[in-house]
Design a protein around this ligand. Structure first.
Ligand code: ATP
Ligand code: MG
Length: 422
């Protein structure tokens, strides 16, 4: 009976079986039929046991990568040097790629990022031993229907606890990104951090500083996708992880930080990054996002939102709200409103601002030169103005009037105003 429980209780097995994709099972079967071991491992097994929607299903196998390539008709050498091959199973349009990685042990990490060399031909338990967290080191054989859980991952899932596999200081210093992964999982899974695991963060910070910004970027984005990113953000601040990856934020005072974290939690996913960097101001936010390798598109969008993130001076007065929306631009109006809607502080002022902004947008008030009822060509034809800078200045003054009072956005009223101004 004890052996059965060790292989997985009927309930655990049923929970995983219900969600293992057919193509993953098929890939494992091909490998097992050829005399190898094949298991699913990592995040998907963890999430399936938790009853959470599972992400990518990864397969680990005792077969050498060359053998994996030989056994499947179509393969993609995704990361051959790490032993990863994407195998295509199924037929026609149903054909899917499954990532298969050969069991591997790792040599030393001299650069705190990548092992110096990987060793194939190790047993499953050694492959599991190189993984970051005990909850991420559970394997499931979908053909034999049995779990392999040599480090007590299911006990940690039940206790909702994050613990490093093996010696946490050694594990975190060999790959500094692991501490950020732990911060992220603390937030996404809403698990407690084992004290010895958190105590190992500090000695790993020099390693974290050497991790590529691309990897940090990906973790930060995943952290912001949690239901409550604040859980991870608080851990990051108290442990020094924040100072290592977002030094700009580490410099914020406690009250500003508390406000920032609350803003992030309450913000819609599309504007969480803007909420996170709003307190830095546009220049510092721009530099931080540049360093973290956000795409130009993401960065420019967020920086524009940061510029309008604070309350308009006039509170919810429509002209001020229109000026703020004009500064963000029509395309970002909905995002700006979403950012305001989550802003911590005076709820009545916030609700009034959001309501006013929605009225402005829904009514279609002009927010840009292109939305005026006349253009430069009209001014040249009607007023005999020459092309040039003066024309642009005049149009901007007309836009100012329209931002003050959208009822003046008619061709006749604008021509009258232009004559008076001109
Ligand atoms: P998710 O896919 O939900 O982001 P995950 O746990 O599946 O989370 P992946 O990056 O997909 O994370 O990695 C798959 C598995 O590989 C992990 O569960 C873990 O066992 C192992 N792993 C990933 N990154 C590391 C790392 N930096 N150090 C040690 N093990 C890792
Ligand atoms: Mg995964």
């Amino acid at each position: 009976m004890e052996l059965d429980a060790d292989r997985g209780t009927p309930d655990e097995l049923a929970r995983i079986d219900a969600v293992v994709p057919a193509d993953v099972r098929a890939a494992c079967k091909v490998l097992i039929d050829a005399g190898h071991e094949a298991v699913t491992v990592g995040g998907a097994v963890r999430d399936a046991l938790l009853g959470r929607p599972a992400g990518d299903w990864d397969v680990a196998t005792s077969a050498h990568p060359d053998e994996v390539v030989r056994l499947f008709r179509r393969t993609i050498p995704t990361g051959l040097q790490h032993g990863t091959v994407t195998v295509m199973v199924g037929h026609g349009a149903d054909r899917q790629g499954v990532e298969v990685t050969t069991y591997r042990g790792e040599g030393a990490y001299t650069d705190a990022r990548r092992p110096d060399h990987v060793v194939f031909g190790v047993p499953l338990v050694e492959d599991l031993a190189r993984r970051d967290l005990v909850v991420n080191a559970i394997a499931y054989d979908p053909i034999a229907r049995r779990l392999h859980d040599p480090f007590g991952g299911r006990a940690d899932l039940a206790a909702r606890r994050l613990r490093a596999v093996g010696d946490p200081v050694a594990r975190f210093t060999e790959d500094g990104l692991r501490v950020m992964r732990v911060v992220r999982f603390a937030a996404t899974l809403e698990f407690e951090l084992d004290p010895a695991t958190e105590a190992a963060f500090a000695p790993a910070l020099p390693s974290l500083r050497r991790v590529s910004q691309e990897r940090v970027h990906d973790e930060l984005v995943k952290l912001l996708g949690a239901r409550r990113p604040s859980i991870g953000l608080h851990i990051a601040r108290r442990s020094g992880v924040l100072a290592a990856v977002l030094p700009e934020h580490a410099a914020l005072d406690d009250a500003t930080w508390a406000r920032t974290v609350a803003w992030v939690d309450d913000a819609a996913p599309a504007v969480r990054l803007a909420a996170l960097v709003a307190a830095l101001g546009d220049r510092v936010a721009d530099a931080a996002l540049r360093r973290l390798k956000f795409s130009n598109e993401d960065r420019e969008r967020v920086v524009k939102l940061v510029r309008v993130a604070d309350a308009p001076d006039g509170g919810a007065a429509e002209p001020d709200v229109r000026r703020r929306l004009a500064a963000a631009g029509r395309a970002l109006a909905a995002d700006a409103i979403a950012l305001w809607a989550a802003r911590p502080g005076d709820a009545a002022a916030r609700d009034a601002l959001v309501a006013a902004a929605r009225v402005v947008v829904d009514r279609g008030d002009a927010l840009a030169l292109g939305e005026l009822a006349l253009g430069g060509a009209d001014l040249m034809a009607e007023l005999g103005l020459p092309p040039g800078k003066q024309l642009g200045v005049l149009l901007n003054r007309l836009l100012e009037r329209v931002l003050d009072d959208p009822k003046t956005n008619t061709r006749a009223a604008l021509l009258d105003a232009a004559r008076a101004l001109g």
